[in-house]
Design a protein. Structure first.
Length: 483
């Protein structure tokens, strides 16, 4: 039965008597017989060793010399022992595993490769030293850059902290007396500290409409009623009195919902589920009830969002309503074509005065101000520019009113004048619609500072007033402003 198995299996296999079932009587009378056979088997296996795992028997290994064992192993594997060459005896690291470029350059080659010559070794060492010097130079330059940035950040934070103390202790308690002072103008140009920005904006914009928190609550309640009414398909008599059809109201609400989802998408705070989504939706909805004659216009969401980031909800609504009531914003949001054209004409007067080369290039390519100014004015630069830069522009806007919006436009055009003069109509429109995202506040404000808002000894307000008078008298054929 076991004749076909190898010898090691036969040596380890149990005795047949152990595998057979013995009668009970025999188990009681002759236990020692099986015990002797077991011990015999164990003894034998201990003497021979476990050949199942290829272990050499212990007594055999004691009898053989290590050199003999090595020769037998080499004979079986076919690998003859070779005496080391003189070069191999000289080398120290036969198992060479370089851990870095230093090892590759400075260490000797492995034994199976030709040795380096002295010239090659010197060349590699020199190249390595040059490479290390370049790396150290780059690291030193990067460390200096980071140190400079850290110093500038610390200096900026210190200046912001000092400015906040001045605003809180000196200016805000005496706003009426100091709002037009030279010191306030300088601080606005430098940037209002974020901790007091909302308060300053609220005071600078004012509340000529006398809106209260209670009025906001009433407008918001009306907006919620309209939303419920439109969702259930009902018709409100008050909505009919406003002159808007149900389709117009529904389209306006849909536009609000769509615009909110596109308001500062990178921040992810105004989209549905974000912390400021409901707040923004409430302010825009309340405004449509407060000013049904204006309703909601695309771009309002950006202005409201900037205010929400700096003011409480009710205060943001008050500032938002009063801000849109300014002449320039009202002209654009009510799409008053005649007044919008007047603003464009006034802008072009100062455009030609400050940037004649770019102005001529725009005229040659039929690039009109409405192509780029509409988006900038509608969102007050909060969409095309980085948010921190847009807030700084708002700081000065609160000081200089609408004039600074158009001065900022000229500053941006001046900053990119060399690029724009090389573009055609399509590329100019595309570039001004999407300005570079890495704009520096200092570069933009330096460019704005170079713009002079004076043409033929006339300031912005005078030029705008003359153009408005010119438009009114145009029908009579007596223009009041000759250019």
């Amino acid at each position: 039965m076991l004749k076909n198995h190898p010898s090691w299996f036969l040596e380890l296999a149990p005795c047949p008597a152990e595998t057979m079932a013995a009668p009970p009587l025999l188990l009681l009378t002759d236990r020692n017989l099986f015990a002797r056979k077991k011990s015999c088997t164990v003894e034998k296996s201990n003497e021979l060793g476990w050949k199942l795992f290829g272990k050499v028997p212990l007594r055999d290994t004691l009898q053989k010399d290590p050199k003999i064992i090595q020769k037998e192993y080499e004979a079986r594997t076919g690998r003859a022992h070779r005496s080391p060459s003189p070069k191999q005896n000289v080398r120290k690291n036969l198992d060479f595993e370089p851990l870095s470029t230093t090892g590759l350059i400075l260490e000797d080659r492995p034994a199976n490769l030709p040795a380096k010559s002295a010239e090659e070794t010197q060349k590699h060492r020199q190249e390595y030293e040059e490479m290390v010097a370049q790396v150290k130079k780059r690291e030193l330059k990067e460390a200096q850059r980071r140190k400079k940035q850290l110093e500038e950040r610390c200096r900026l934070e210190e200046s912001i902290g000092n400015a906040a103390i001045i605003w809180n202790n000196e200016i805000l308690p005496n706003w009426e007396a100091m709002c037009c002072s030279r010191r306030v103008r300088e601080l606005c140009w430098q940037g209002i500290p974020p901790s007091v920005r909302g308060k300053v904006w609220s005071l600078a914009i004012g509340n000529e409409l006398n809106i209260t928190h209670e009025l906001y609550d009433i407008c918001l309640a009306r907006a919620k009623d309209k939303w419920r009414s439109l969702s259930t398909g009902g018709i409100d008599a008050e909505n009919e009195d406003s002159g808007l059809s149900a389709a117009d109201r529904e389209a306006s609400l849909e536009l609000i919902k769509l615009d909110i989802s596109r308001t500062f998408p990178n921040l992810c705070i105004f989209q549905e589920g974000g912390p400021y989504h409901d707040m923004l939706h409430s302010i825009l909805g309340a405004y449509t009830c407060y000013r049904p004659d204006v309703g909601y216009v695309q771009g309002m969401s950006f202005i409201a969002a900037v205010l929400i980031l700096n003011l409480d909800t009710a205060d943001a609504f008050i500032a938002f309503s009063n801000l849109l009531n300014k002449p320039c914003q009202m002209a654009f949001f009510r799409v008053d074509q005649g007044l919008m054209l007047t603003y464009y004409a006034a802008f072009e007067v100062f455009f030609e005065e400050n940037l004649p080369r770019l102005f001529a290039h725009f005229k040659k390519n039929n690039v009109t101000p409405d192509i780029y100014l509409i988006d900038w004015i509608f969102t007050m630069y909060s969409k095309p520019l980085p948010l921190d830069l847009a807030c700084r522009i708002w700081d000065v806007f609160c000081r200089d009113s609408e004039e600074f919006l158009f001065r900022t436009a000229l500053g941006i055009l001046r900053l990119f004048e060399d690029i724009l003069t090389k573009m055609d109509f399509i590329h100019i429109g595309q570039f001004l619609k999407k300005l570079p995202e890495d704009l520096s506040s200092e570069n933009v404000f330096t460019s704005i500072a170079a713009i002079q808002m004076q043409s033929r000894n006339k300031k912005w307000a005078q030029v705008l007033a003359a153009l408005q008078k010119d438009n009114r008298e145009m029908e009579k054929g007596s223009p009041s402003l000759k250019r």
